[in-house]
Ligand binder design. Structure first.
Ligand SMILES: Nc1ncnc2c1ncn2[C@@H]1O[C@H](COP(=O)(O)OP(=O)(O)O)[C@@H](O)[C@H]1O
Ligand SMILES: O=C(OP(=O)(O)O)[C@H](O)COP(=O)(O)O
Length: 395
């Protein structure tokens, strides 16, 4: 892959695709890790006299402008971290974007509004995506791909724009790939992957391939309930991917055939509702009451998972074990994080919320070998698949 050093950026408009998909509470950014991670590349371009046009997505607004998902608060935070103003365009490729970009001087930075306000960004139709990509590419002369967390998405800003402009990979993508490559080459064993979180349908897809690579797979968070249901247990109002139950049954038998230990929760915190102060009890994972939802793994599961991590030599973890944003349901995530910190394995934690959890729980970031900005992106990288956003940069 070409890197920033291969581009002559001075005085030129450079479109930088970053991942600024940060957790928000209203307009308040609750974790700015991904914004911080985008700073070095932007700063390098600023230092080399580029006119820097940053683009990114936030959440899943599904092709329509929705103020809830505006990047405006992110522009302010990015400005604070860079120590210079960041001009904010109120649209993605409209009048505001064109005017904002046109007024940039060398060394100045602009951020476009949320890419996913535009239906072309995520369209499955190549022509629709291509048409939007052409408008986006029209704003700049060069392209830098640096949004590692989104490289698994075949989206216009990730996949199509680099086909239209001279391009290079930014420092974050280079650094992430360098570390994750270590997990795919001569992996020291036991190799354990821990999966949780809420993007269940997305991430169930990687399990088939992980079963051919890992020694143990620990499944917690919102992921676990589809497995429990597939085994025939009641999961009440817990997160469930009903349409993937058959697929999950397949994983359960394949794990047995391959001799992979697939470890599920044995107890959970079952809450009466999804709220920070919800009444809850520890129940057996096989006996979740119909009117309850599982919001965290229970104490026996925390011990079980820690024991399955104790002798690991390589660990990848994506997805919180529970709704860590609520103090009462953060214990499982803390327990898994602490088990990784205590271990002498090569440990990588990835994902916007997983990384945010480590910081929110005030755990030492240097207790992990690497904290990746990508969750789904890292998992798909570990599958060994060609990722659209990396393939496009390699061309
Ligand atoms: N049992 C659960 N029920 C509902 N949500 C959950 C549960 N466990 C974890 N979560 C949620 O998963 C979210 C993170 O999921 P995900 O986006 O897949 O992780 P990451 O961003 O680290 O890749 C968090 O907001 C957390 O509250
Ligand atoms: O937050 C992200 O991924 P992650 O939750 O897997 O870490 C990325 O910004 C990708 O977002 P998407 O999963 O809505 O495409």
């Amino acid at each position: 892959m070409r890197t920033l050093d291969d581009l002559d950026v001075k005085g030129r408009r450079v479109l930088v695709r970053t991942d600024l998909n940060v957790p928000l509470d209203g307009e308040t950014i609750t974790d700015d890790g991904r914004i911080r991670a985008s700073v070095p590349t932007i700063r390098t371009l600023v230092g080399r006299g580029a006119k820097v046009v940053v683009c990114a997505h936030l959440g899943r607004p599904k092709g329509k402008a929705d103020p809830k998902y505006s990047l405006k608060p992110v522009a302010e935070r990015l400005g604070e971290l860079l120590g210079q103003d960041v001009a904010f365009a109120a649209d993605v490729v409209g009048d505001s974007a064109r005017e904002t970009v046109a007024s940039l001087q060398d060394g100045e930075v602009a951020l476009l509004e949320n890419l996913r306000y535009e239906p072309g960004e995520e369209s499955k139709d190549d022509a629709a995506r291509g048409a939007f990509a052409a408008k986006l590419a029209g704003l700049a002369e060069l392209y830098v791909g640096d949004g590692f967390g989104a490289v698994h998405r075949k989206h216009a800003s990730v996949y199509d724009v680099p086909k239209l402009l001279p391009h290079a990979a930014g420092g974050l993508i280079v650094a992430e790939v360098e570390v994750l490559r270590k997990l795919t080459e001569d992996t020291e064993r036991p190799y354990v992957v821990v999966l949780g979180g809420a993007k269940v349908s997305d991430k169930l897809g990687v399990i088939e391939s992980l079963l051919t690579k890992v020694d143990r797979l620990l499944i917690g968070g919102g992921m676990a309930y589809t497995f429990l249901k597939a085994q025939g247990y009641e999961v009440g109002g817990s997160l469930l991917q009903e349409d993937q139950l058959d697929q999950v049954r397949g994983f359960l038998s394949e794990a047995i055939e391959r001799g992979v230990e697939l470890v599920l929760p044995v107890d959970v915190l079952a809450a009466v509702t999804f709220a920070a102060d919800a009444d809850h009890d520890v129940v057996e994972a096989t006996a979740i009451p119909a009117d309850r939802e599982g919001l965290d793994i229970g104490p026996k599961t925390r011990e079980l998972f820690a024991s399955k991590l104790a002798d690991a030599k390589t660990v990848f973890w994506n997805g919180p074990m529970g709704v860590f944003e609520f103090e009462a349901f953060s214990g499982g995530t803390r327990a898994v994080a602490e088990a990784l910190i205590a271990s002498d394995a090569f440990t990588v934690v990835g994902g916007g919320d997983s990384a945010a959890a480590v910081r929110k729980l005030e755990l030492p970031e240097d207790g992990f070998s690497h904290i990746s900005t990508g969750g789904g992106a890292s998992l798909e990288y570990l599958e060994g698949k060609s990722l659209p956003g990396l393939a496009a940069l390699e061309d």
